[in-house]
Ligand binder design. Sequence first.
Ligand code: ATP
Length: 325
Amino acid sequence: MNAIDARHVELTYADGTEAVRDVSLEIPEGEFFGFLGANGAGKTTTIKVLVTLLQPTSGSVAVNGHDVEAEPRAVRESIGYMAQETSIDGELTARENVRFACEAYGVSADDRAERIDDLLELVDLADVADKQAKDFSGGMKKRLDVATALVHEPPIVFLDEPTTGLDPKARNRLWEYFERINERGTTVFLTTQYLEEADHLCDRLSVIRDGEIVASGAPDELKARVGGAVLDIEFADADDATLERAREVAEDAAVFDDAEVEVTDDGLSVRSASARRNGTDLLVALNAAGFAVTGFNVRDPTLDDVFLAITGDGLDDEAAAEVAE
Ligand code: ATP
Protein backbone atom coordinates (compact mmCIF):
# COMPACT_ATOMS: atom_id res chain seq x y z
CA MET A 1 0.00 0.00 0.00
CA ASN A 2 1.20 3.49 -0.77
CA ALA A 3 1.22 6.03 2.07
CA ILE A 4 -0.23 8.56 -0.36
CA ASP A 5 -2.07 7.80 -3.58
CA ALA A 6 -3.39 10.85 -5.40
CA ARG A 7 -5.01 10.44 -8.82
CA HIS A 8 -5.68 13.31 -11.21
CA VAL A 9 -6.35 15.80 -8.44
CA GLU A 10 -7.69 19.21 -9.39
CA LEU A 11 -8.55 22.08 -7.09
CA THR A 12 -10.22 25.22 -8.38
CA TYR A 13 -10.91 27.96 -5.82
CA ALA A 14 -14.29 29.71 -5.68
CA ASP A 15 -12.86 32.70 -7.59
CA GLY A 16 -11.94 30.40 -10.49
CA THR A 17 -8.19 30.10 -9.72
CA GLU A 18 -7.05 26.70 -10.93
CA ALA A 19 -4.45 26.17 -8.22
CA VAL A 20 -3.97 22.43 -8.82
CA ARG A 21 -4.48 20.76 -12.21
CA ASP A 22 -4.22 17.02 -12.71
CA VAL A 23 -1.73 16.17 -9.96
CA SER A 24 -1.03 12.46 -9.43
CA LEU A 25 1.32 11.19 -6.72
CA GLU A 26 2.25 7.71 -5.53
CA ILE A 27 4.32 7.88 -2.37
CA PRO A 28 5.43 4.61 -0.80
CA GLU A 29 5.52 4.15 2.97
CA GLY A 30 8.72 5.37 4.58
CA GLU A 31 9.71 7.68 1.73
CA PHE A 32 11.03 11.18 2.28
CA PHE A 33 9.17 12.96 -0.49
CA GLY A 34 9.73 16.56 -1.58
CA PHE A 35 7.24 18.81 -3.34
CA LEU A 36 9.25 21.59 -4.86
CA GLY A 37 7.90 24.75 -6.40
CA ALA A 38 8.07 28.54 -6.48
CA ASN A 39 5.68 30.87 -4.62
CA GLY A 40 2.13 30.26 -5.75
CA ALA A 41 2.92 27.04 -7.67
CA GLY A 42 0.24 25.10 -5.79
CA LYS A 43 2.13 23.34 -3.00
CA THR A 44 -0.01 24.47 -0.05
CA THR A 45 -3.23 23.85 -1.95
CA THR A 46 -2.10 20.28 -2.73
CA ILE A 47 -1.14 19.67 0.91
CA LYS A 48 -4.50 21.00 2.08
CA VAL A 49 -6.27 18.50 -0.16
CA LEU A 50 -4.08 15.66 1.14
CA VAL A 51 -4.76 16.57 4.79
CA THR A 52 -8.55 16.96 4.17
CA LEU A 53 -8.72 20.74 4.66
CA LEU A 54 -9.90 21.21 1.07
CA GLN A 55 -12.05 18.85 -0.99
CA PRO A 56 -10.65 18.17 -4.45
CA THR A 57 -12.69 19.64 -7.30
CA SER A 58 -12.02 16.34 -9.08
CA GLY A 59 -9.77 13.31 -8.73
CA SER A 60 -9.26 11.01 -5.76
CA VAL A 61 -6.82 10.80 -2.86
CA ALA A 62 -6.10 7.97 -0.43
CA VAL A 63 -3.86 8.63 2.57
CA ASN A 64 -2.83 5.59 4.60
CA GLY A 65 -5.46 3.70 2.63
CA HIS A 66 -8.29 6.07 3.63
CA ASP A 67 -10.17 8.13 1.07
CA VAL A 68 -9.91 11.85 1.96
CA GLU A 69 -13.53 12.54 1.07
CA ALA A 70 -15.20 9.38 2.41
CA GLU A 71 -13.07 8.98 5.55
CA PRO A 72 -11.62 12.39 6.45
CA ARG A 73 -11.51 11.57 10.15
CA ALA A 74 -9.49 8.40 9.65
CA VAL A 75 -7.09 10.36 7.45
CA ARG A 76 -6.68 13.10 10.09
CA GLU A 77 -6.04 10.59 12.85
CA SER A 78 -3.27 8.97 10.83
CA ILE A 79 -1.32 12.08 9.85
CA GLY A 80 0.69 14.88 11.40
CA TYR A 81 0.46 18.29 9.75
CA MET A 82 2.76 21.23 10.25
CA ALA A 83 1.14 24.19 8.53
CA GLN A 84 3.03 27.26 7.31
CA GLU A 85 1.53 29.32 10.11
CA THR A 86 2.59 28.27 13.59
CA SER A 87 0.03 26.50 15.75
CA ILE A 88 1.80 27.09 19.08
CA ASP A 89 0.52 29.36 21.83
CA GLY A 90 3.18 31.82 23.00
CA GLU A 91 1.59 32.17 26.42
CA LEU A 92 2.09 28.46 27.10
CA THR A 93 5.41 26.77 27.83
CA ALA A 94 6.92 24.28 25.38
CA ARG A 95 5.73 21.39 27.56
CA GLU A 96 2.21 22.85 27.85
CA ASN A 97 2.00 23.27 24.09
CA VAL A 98 2.89 19.62 23.52
CA ARG A 99 0.50 18.54 26.31
CA PHE A 100 -2.28 20.57 24.69
CA ALA A 101 -1.63 18.83 21.37
CA CYS A 102 -1.72 15.44 23.16
CA GLU A 103 -5.15 16.31 24.55
CA ALA A 104 -6.39 17.53 21.18
CA TYR A 105 -5.27 14.29 19.52
CA GLY A 106 -6.63 12.10 22.30
CA VAL A 107 -3.30 10.66 23.43
CA SER A 108 -4.14 8.57 26.51
CA ALA A 109 -3.30 10.13 29.88
CA ASP A 110 -1.02 7.19 30.69
CA ASP A 111 1.16 7.79 27.63
CA ARG A 112 1.29 11.58 27.79
CA ALA A 113 4.14 12.31 30.20
CA GLU A 114 6.58 9.99 28.45
CA ARG A 115 5.49 11.10 24.96
CA ILE A 116 5.97 14.77 25.87
CA ASP A 117 9.47 14.16 27.27
CA ASP A 118 10.43 12.09 24.22
CA LEU A 119 9.27 14.70 21.74
CA LEU A 120 10.88 17.63 23.55
CA GLU A 121 14.08 15.57 23.60
CA LEU A 122 13.74 14.77 19.89
CA VAL A 123 13.61 18.44 18.91
CA ASP A 124 16.18 19.53 21.52
CA LEU A 125 13.82 21.63 23.61
CA ALA A 126 14.05 19.60 26.83
CA ASP A 127 16.23 22.28 28.45
CA VAL A 128 13.65 24.99 27.82
CA ALA A 129 10.57 22.79 28.32
CA ASP A 130 9.17 25.06 31.03
CA LYS A 131 9.84 28.38 29.34
CA GLN A 132 7.08 30.34 27.59
CA ALA A 133 7.15 29.80 23.83
CA LYS A 134 6.81 33.51 23.06
CA ASP A 135 10.46 33.98 24.03
CA PHE A 136 11.69 31.32 21.57
CA SER A 137 13.60 32.07 18.36
CA GLY A 138 11.94 31.35 15.00
CA GLY A 139 13.83 28.07 14.72
CA MET A 140 12.80 26.94 18.22
CA LYS A 141 9.15 27.74 17.50
CA LYS A 142 9.32 25.65 14.31
CA ARG A 143 10.87 22.78 16.29
CA LEU A 144 8.04 23.00 18.80
CA ASP A 145 5.59 22.93 15.90
CA VAL A 146 7.25 19.74 14.65
CA ALA A 147 6.88 18.19 18.12
CA THR A 148 3.18 19.06 18.37
CA ALA A 149 2.55 17.54 14.91
CA LEU A 150 3.98 14.22 16.10
CA VAL A 151 2.18 13.65 19.42
CA HIS A 152 -0.08 10.88 18.12
CA GLU A 153 2.85 9.10 16.42
CA PRO A 154 1.41 9.43 12.92
CA PRO A 155 2.85 7.21 10.18
CA ILE A 156 2.86 10.22 7.80
CA VAL A 157 3.83 13.79 8.52
CA PHE A 158 3.16 16.74 6.21
CA LEU A 159 5.55 19.67 6.54
CA ASP A 160 4.52 22.80 4.62
CA GLU A 161 7.59 24.95 3.96
CA PRO A 162 8.90 24.27 7.47
CA THR A 163 12.15 26.19 7.03
CA THR A 164 11.00 29.30 5.14
CA GLY A 165 12.35 32.42 6.82
CA LEU A 166 14.88 30.60 9.01
CA ASP A 167 18.60 31.31 8.97
CA PRO A 168 20.84 28.57 7.50
CA LYS A 169 21.92 27.31 10.94
CA ALA A 170 18.35 26.88 12.19
CA ARG A 171 17.44 25.30 8.85
CA ASN A 172 20.27 22.76 9.06
CA ARG A 173 19.21 21.86 12.56
CA LEU A 174 15.62 21.24 11.49
CA TRP A 175 16.88 19.01 8.67
CA GLU A 176 18.44 16.76 11.31
CA TYR A 177 15.09 16.33 13.08
CA PHE A 178 13.29 15.62 9.83
CA GLU A 179 15.87 12.97 9.01
CA ARG A 180 15.48 11.47 12.47
CA ILE A 181 11.70 11.33 12.09
CA ASN A 182 12.05 9.64 8.69
CA GLU A 183 14.61 7.18 10.08
CA ARG A 184 12.00 6.12 12.66
CA GLY A 185 9.93 4.92 9.68
CA THR A 186 7.64 7.93 9.28
CA THR A 187 6.73 8.90 5.72
CA VAL A 188 7.55 12.58 5.21
CA PHE A 189 5.83 14.87 2.70
CA LEU A 190 7.74 18.13 2.61
CA THR A 191 7.05 21.21 0.53
CA THR A 192 9.87 23.62 -0.09
CA GLN A 193 11.07 26.42 -2.30
CA TYR A 194 14.67 25.53 -1.52
CA LEU A 195 16.41 23.31 -4.04
CA GLU A 196 19.24 22.63 -1.64
CA GLU A 197 16.77 21.44 0.98
CA ALA A 198 15.07 19.06 -1.45
CA ASP A 199 18.44 17.79 -2.64
CA HIS A 200 19.71 17.21 0.88
CA LEU A 201 16.64 15.50 2.34
CA CYS A 202 14.48 13.85 -0.27
CA ASP A 203 14.54 10.31 -1.63
CA ARG A 204 12.33 11.49 -4.45
CA LEU A 205 10.70 14.73 -5.43
CA SER A 206 8.23 16.27 -7.80
CA VAL A 207 8.46 19.77 -9.16
CA ILE A 208 5.17 21.65 -9.40
CA ARG A 209 4.65 24.67 -11.59
CA ASP A 210 1.35 26.46 -12.22
CA GLY A 211 -0.53 23.64 -10.52
CA GLU A 212 1.02 20.88 -12.62
CA ILE A 213 3.81 18.42 -11.94
CA VAL A 214 6.53 19.10 -14.48
CA ALA A 215 9.19 16.63 -13.31
CA SER A 216 9.54 13.76 -10.83
CA GLY A 217 12.41 11.54 -9.73
CA ALA A 218 15.26 11.10 -7.31
CA PRO A 219 17.43 14.25 -7.11
CA ASP A 220 20.33 12.45 -8.83
CA GLU A 221 18.08 11.14 -11.60
CA LEU A 222 16.79 14.63 -12.31
CA LYS A 223 20.32 15.99 -12.42
CA ALA A 224 21.41 13.19 -14.74
CA ARG A 225 18.51 14.02 -17.06
CA VAL A 226 19.81 17.58 -17.44
CA GLY A 227 23.04 15.96 -18.63
CA GLY A 228 26.43 17.37 -19.48
CA ALA A 229 28.37 19.62 -17.16
CA VAL A 230 28.26 23.25 -16.19
CA LEU A 231 31.13 25.69 -16.63
CA ASP A 232 30.87 28.64 -14.23
CA ILE A 233 32.96 31.62 -15.30
CA GLU A 234 33.72 34.73 -13.22
CA PHE A 235 34.73 38.09 -14.67
CA ALA A 236 36.61 41.03 -13.16
CA ASP A 237 34.04 43.58 -14.38
CA ALA A 238 30.73 41.90 -13.65
CA ASP A 239 28.39 44.79 -14.53
CA ASP A 240 25.21 43.98 -16.42
CA ALA A 241 26.38 45.34 -19.77
CA THR A 242 29.68 43.42 -19.64
CA LEU A 243 27.94 40.19 -18.72
CA GLU A 244 25.40 40.61 -21.47
CA ARG A 245 28.19 41.13 -24.05
CA ALA A 246 30.07 38.13 -22.62
CA ARG A 247 26.92 36.06 -22.95
CA GLU A 248 26.65 36.97 -26.63
CA VAL A 249 30.30 36.07 -27.23
CA ALA A 250 29.82 32.73 -25.42
CA GLU A 251 26.74 31.95 -27.48
CA ASP A 252 28.41 32.89 -30.76
CA ALA A 253 31.73 31.17 -30.06
CA ALA A 254 31.59 27.96 -32.06
CA VAL A 255 32.96 25.95 -29.13
CA PHE A 256 29.81 24.05 -28.18
CA ASP A 257 26.86 23.57 -30.45
CA ASP A 258 24.54 22.75 -27.53
CA ALA A 259 25.51 25.44 -25.01
CA GLU A 260 22.90 26.98 -22.72
CA VAL A 261 24.32 30.23 -21.39
CA GLU A 262 22.99 31.96 -18.27
CA VAL A 263 24.10 35.25 -16.76
CA THR A 264 24.83 34.79 -13.02
CA ASP A 265 25.66 37.32 -10.26
CA ASP A 266 29.32 37.64 -11.20
CA GLY A 267 29.68 35.88 -14.51
CA LEU A 268 28.26 33.24 -16.77
CA SER A 269 27.09 29.69 -16.34
CA VAL A 270 27.44 27.58 -19.48
CA ARG A 271 25.91 24.12 -19.66
CA SER A 272 26.93 21.70 -22.39
CA ALA A 273 27.49 18.00 -22.99
CA SER A 274 31.12 18.84 -23.80
CA ALA A 275 31.75 21.49 -21.11
CA ARG A 276 34.53 19.38 -19.58
CA ARG A 277 36.27 18.63 -22.88
CA ASN A 278 36.02 22.03 -24.57
CA GLY A 279 35.62 24.45 -21.66
CA THR A 280 39.10 25.92 -21.99
CA ASP A 281 38.42 26.81 -25.66
CA LEU A 282 35.56 29.00 -24.48
CA LEU A 283 37.80 30.72 -21.93
CA VAL A 284 40.32 31.42 -24.70
CA ALA A 285 37.58 32.87 -26.91
CA LEU A 286 36.38 35.13 -24.08
CA ASN A 287 39.92 36.32 -23.34
CA ALA A 288 40.49 37.00 -27.05
CA ALA A 289 37.33 39.13 -27.05
CA GLY A 290 38.79 41.26 -24.24
CA PHE A 291 36.99 39.85 -21.19
CA ALA A 292 39.02 39.47 -17.99
CA VAL A 293 38.19 35.99 -16.70
CA THR A 294 39.11 35.80 -13.01
CA GLY A 295 37.92 32.32 -12.21
CA PHE A 296 36.20 29.24 -13.60
CA ASN A 297 34.96 25.90 -12.42
CA VAL A 298 33.45 22.88 -14.17
CA ARG A 299 30.85 20.99 -12.15
CA ASP A 300 28.00 18.50 -12.43
CA PRO A 301 24.52 20.00 -12.81
CA THR A 302 22.74 20.85 -9.54
CA LEU A 303 19.01 20.89 -8.85
CA ASP A 304 19.22 24.61 -9.66
CA ASP A 305 20.14 23.67 -13.20
CA VAL A 306 17.29 21.15 -13.27
CA PHE A 307 14.93 23.88 -12.15
CA LEU A 308 16.22 26.30 -14.78
CA ALA A 309 15.85 23.63 -17.44
CA ILE A 310 12.31 22.79 -16.35
CA THR A 311 11.10 26.33 -16.04
CA GLY A 312 12.38 26.88 -19.57
CA ASP A 313 14.56 29.73 -18.40
CA GLY A 314 17.60 28.91 -20.42
CA LEU A 315 16.45 25.85 -22.30
CA ASP A 316 14.19 25.63 -25.27
CA ASP A 317 10.85 23.91 -24.88
CA GLU A 318 12.01 20.71 -26.51
CA ALA A 319 14.92 20.33 -24.10
CA ALA A 320 12.69 21.23 -21.15
CA ALA A 321 10.25 18.54 -22.23
CA GLU A 322 13.12 16.02 -22.34
CA VAL A 323 14.12 16.84 -18.76
CA ALA A 324 10.55 16.62 -17.57
CA GLU A 325 9.91 13.18 -19.11
P1 ATP B 1 3.47 29.63 -1.37
O1 ATP B 1 4.89 29.22 -1.42
O2 ATP B 1 3.29 31.08 -1.59
O3 ATP B 1 2.72 29.10 -0.19
P2 ATP B 1 2.21 27.58 -2.96
O4 ATP B 1 3.02 26.84 -3.96
O5 ATP B 1 1.93 26.89 -1.68
O6 ATP B 1 2.83 29.00 -2.69
P3 ATP B 1 -0.64 27.94 -3.16
O7 ATP B 1 -0.73 28.67 -1.86
O8 ATP B 1 -1.15 26.55 -3.21
O9 ATP B 1 0.86 27.94 -3.70
O10 ATP B 1 -1.37 28.82 -4.26
C1 ATP B 1 -1.59 28.36 -5.60
C2 ATP B 1 -2.42 29.39 -6.34
O11 ATP B 1 -3.72 29.48 -5.77
C3 ATP B 1 -1.85 30.80 -6.29
O12 ATP B 1 -2.11 31.40 -7.52
C4 ATP B 1 -2.65 31.45 -5.17
O13 ATP B 1 -2.72 32.83 -5.38
C5 ATP B 1 -4.01 30.79 -5.34
N1 ATP B 1 -4.77 30.70 -4.08
C6 ATP B 1 -4.35 30.22 -2.87
N2 ATP B 1 -5.34 30.25 -1.97
C7 ATP B 1 -6.43 30.77 -2.60
C8 ATP B 1 -7.79 31.04 -2.21
N3 ATP B 1 -8.21 30.79 -0.98
N4 ATP B 1 -8.62 31.57 -3.14
C9 ATP B 1 -8.20 31.81 -4.41
N5 ATP B 1 -6.94 31.57 -4.85
C10 ATP B 1 -6.07 31.05 -3.97
